[in-house]
Design a protein around this ligand. Sequence first.
Ligand code: NCD
Length: 276
Amino acid sequence: MEKGSVYQDLKGKILTALFYEPSSRTFGSFLSAMQRLGGGIIPIHGVAFSSVVKGESLIDTVRTFQNYSDVIVLRHPEKGAAYQASSYLQIPLINAGDGTGEHPTQALLDLLTIQNNLGRLTNLKIAIVGDLKYGRTVHSLARLLSLYKKVTFYFVSPVGLRMPESILTFLKKKKIQFYLLTDLKPIIKQIDVLYMTRIQKERMNEEVYEKSKSAYQINNHLVNQMKKEAIVMHPLPRVNEISPDVDQNPRAVYFKEQMCNGLAVRMALLRLILKA
Ligand code: NCD
């Protein structure tokens, strides 16, 4: 896809982006994707100017927008909100992040990035680092990667911010190998993917945040110990967990590749869902 090109595949279709939480990339790329496919958009961000501030429920709000659009993209602070809302709708709803739950379209773009860079999704050693308890992108990533053979996970986090038991049980049932660690250094040389995440300040009390905010900070010195062909990923936004000197490292794929793939994956998904 050339930048600037607009297709007509979804001409006449309209997407409502209903975002109750902050977002830059997910919101921007969904709107861009829809418009690049020739469709229209109803962008509602922050919901400050919608009837939500008058006390309208999520269900009533999505019911309203189903009359104006062909698909709803929802970001909401409560886990399970997307699933709940979808049961009231006759049009498709895409989960763009439900609290501490899931972020499935991020996982799709993450997989595309791994595939493009490493040429495979099997036989992978992946370290997932940071706030694994509240960070939803890593929940979806772990579930999606579990579909591929010989994937080994190294879940690196402070003890209080470990991957939820529900995900670990899910992986155990599928006989997927995983390790729970607090230190990244012992495994840095063997991994193929280093997936960094931020500590989710808004989802914990200040004391826990202060204790964990600087738990993992990678720099070029550490990244240069990784295999040459290994990659460093991050769903973004980053706070202080990746020092800016890593941005120029050839292993860093978070700025350009993950973001461009976010647009491509969302275009593909919208076309799949909406094209007659
Ligand atoms: C993430 C999110 O909203 O879950 N951002 C994103 O969509 N790329 C990650 C985060 O907020 O830490």
